[in-house]
Ligand binder design. Structure first.
Ligand code: 6PG
Length: 261
């Protein structure tokens, strides 16, 4: 596993850095295998990133029709609901890039959450042509991080943190009084690349803990990324990085303590 941390002065610059990294990773994957697999993040942070990718020069920088589009988690709402992670991508990315519908793999939230998780896992295995017990390796999984250190919908103290076999589960989140659909630690760990985009002052304590705190994934789920098999790239704006003790350059020249085990 390689972990790099890039700190940008502004949120806008962090978004550009993230867009550049996504284009680089997806282009390399398409060149190598003829297609690529991308799992999108939800929440508020990715919106400007998705809008950026849908604009020049990014909109013509990737053969977007060769991307298999997935989501690393989803809320239990209809696809047209304002809180839907699918809707976020549909109205920012797909409205402009218009990828083939057959390559857009929405989590079927109209189903019972457990059924939706099983169906999504089967879809992932079918697209990757990878049967159990092997774990499909996403070319890129995009993540944000909550102020509590959650990633995808792996929240502190929730059952999904312990999942070691399934790829996707319905995770009860008492903190939100809801059940979320989420990639599991094994699926995250197997990714060739994970990009974590975190911006804003309110995330600074969690960023410090995630990169420099003692390993404790139950308390701080982002610590799971220290067990990733592929490359992990943290892209932060100055505000989110403001409580870090280490010195992380624009190009991620420093390795965070997380990488020192
Ligand atoms: C979601 C996301 C989640 C998100 C964090 C940060 O469905 O909410 O996948 O993991 O990345 O909650 O959310 P913000 O970007 O809104 O701060």
């Amino acid at each position: 596993m390689t972990c790099r941390v890039q700190v940008s002065e502004t949120t806008e610059e962090a978004v550009r850095q993230a867009a550049d990294a996504i284009v680089r990773i997806l282009r390399d994957a398409i060149e190598e295998r003829g297609w690529t697999s991308l799992a999108l993040a939800g929440g508020r942070t990715p919106r400007p990133l998705y809008l950026q990718l849908a604009q020049p020069p990014y909109r013509t920088a990737v053969q977007w029709e060769r991307v298999e589009w997935f989501w690393s988690d989803e809320r239990p709402v209809p696809p047209d609901h304002p809180d839907s992670n699918y809707r976020l991508a549909a109205e920012t990315l797909f409205a402009e890039l218009a990828p083939p519908a057959s390559r857009i793999h929405r989590i079927l939230t109209e189903l019972d959450p457990r059924e939706a998780a099983c169906r999504y896992e089967a879809t992932i295995r079918s697209v990757f042509r990878v049967g159990p017990p092997a774990i499909p390796r996403f070319d890129l999984i995009l993540l944000g991080m909550g102020a509590d250190g959650h990633i995808a919908s792996l929240f502190p103290g929730t059952a999904a943190l312990e999942e070691q076999d399934r790829l996707v589960v319905a995770n009860e989140v008492p903190q939100l009084q809801t059940t979320r659909l989420t990639f599991t630690p094994p699926l995250l760990r197997a990714a060739r690349a994970i990009l974590v985009l975190v911006t804003g002052e309110e995330k600074a304590p969690a960023v410090r803990d995630a990169l420099e705190g003692p390993l404790d994934p139950q308390r701080l789920p982002a610590h799971l990324l220290r067990q990733a098999e592929g490359q992990v790239l943290w892209i932060l704006d100055r505000a989110a990085a403001s409580q870090l003790a280490g010195h992380y350059g624009r190009r991620g020249s420093s390795q965070p303590s997380a990488d020192r085990g």
